[in-house]
Design a protein around this ligand. Structure first.
Ligand code: ASP
Length: 316
């Protein structure tokens, strides 16, 4: 049987066991399990890698636990501006949106940009017009309200600082989300979705929707979804760098991803992690932070749902 596999993340950061209650840990793991199982079922039923990553990311966007979709952080203006991207490794088609508001599932809008427009990246008012034209419901800000995220924003509101959802504060939540998959036909895909950074302004956009920075897929190499300090991931062109090391140097997925996360991103001063799958279905999930919400599942029966440093990667 051809192998298929899927991995997801819910953000990386200073996730310390001591700062997490048992209840919270169970809730995070349950949300990860639900998303990984749903994506896995798509692949098992001969669905495409693109459909599997879209569904997994949608479920993570629907959870208030992660900084994407429903759980998106507050901007400096008290709104929620979201970014998302999706890429198909078979065709190298891609779709991305940024600075969108009121859309429950930004990843689906990114997929529609890929499939229903002639463009790759739509932003702001134009992206919203495209959403309306494609019959998206625009929900009110009430849908995105979360008390904890509101408090995170209150802590730095009015200041010039903005806060990565990852950089720790006692009770902060972490959580850009992403998924990568390899389907039964050998196609890979990646999707990433985020609310960005608390108190962000000036139309700040991170790496998540940028093809090659936070999200990339190519059947010749791998599919990658990143999470971390976006400014550094943009400058490192991180997702594409992993692919390049495989393509130009012939490195394995695990070697390439480890080099980028543990050496190159760190050397730039960035922190975070990534999940990646190659065209053989191998998975790796390196991060240079204390933890990363992550899960993986392969057709060979391997499943991992983890938060902290133990069990950093699954490769075969
Ligand atoms: N990379 C995202 C950004 O900079 C944040 C994250 O991964 O949580 O927008």
């Amino acid at each position: 049987m051809n192998k298929f596999s899927i991995a997801i993340h819910g953000g990386a950061g200073t996730l310390l066991k001591g700062q997490m209650t048992d209840e919270k840990e169970i809730a995070y793991k349950a949300a990860l399990q639900t998303a990984i199982d749903a994506g896995y079922e798509v692949l098992k039923n001969d669905g495409s890698a693109v459909d599997a990553v879209e569904l997994a990311v949608k479920l993570l966007e629907d959870s208030p636990l992660f900084n994407a979709g429903k759980g998106s952080v507050f901007t400096a203006e008290g709104t929620h501006e979201m970014d998302a991207a999706i890429m198909d490794g078979e065709t190298l088609n891609a779709g991305a949106v940024s600075l969108i508001t009121g859309i429950k599932n930004p990843v689906s809008l990114a997929k529609d940009v890929m499939e229903k427009s002639e463009h790759v990246f739509l932003a702001g008012a134009g992206a919203m017009e495209f959403a309306k034209k494609n019959n998206y419901d625009i929900v009110t800000s009430q849908y995105f309200y979360d008390e904890l995220r509101y408090q995170q924003w209150q802590d730095i509101k009015g200041s010039d600082s903005f806060q990565l959802d990852h950089s720790v504060k006692k009770d902060s939540k972490f959580g850009t989300v992403g998924a990568v998959a390899k389907d039964l036909h050998g196609n890979v895909a990646a999707a990433t979705s985020t609310g960005g950074m608390t108190n962000k302004k000036w139309g700040r956009v991170g790496d998540s929707p940028m093809i090659g920075a936070g999200n990339y897929a190519n059947n010749a190499t791998c599919a990658v979804s990143c999470t971390g300090s976006g400014e550094f991931f943009i400058r490192g062109v991180v997702a594409y760098d992993v692919s390049c090391l495989m393509e130009y140097k012939g490195w394995s997925l695990a070697e390439a991803a480890s080099e980028v996360i543990h050496k190159r991103v760190l050397a730039l001063g960035g922190d975070g992690g990534l999940i990646a799958v190659d065209a053989k279905g191998n998975i790796t999930m390196p991060f240079n932070t204390e933890g990363m919400y992550r899960a993986s599942r392969t057709s060979e029966g391997k499943t991992e749902v983890s938060i902290y440093k133990e069990a950093g990667s699954v490769t075969e």
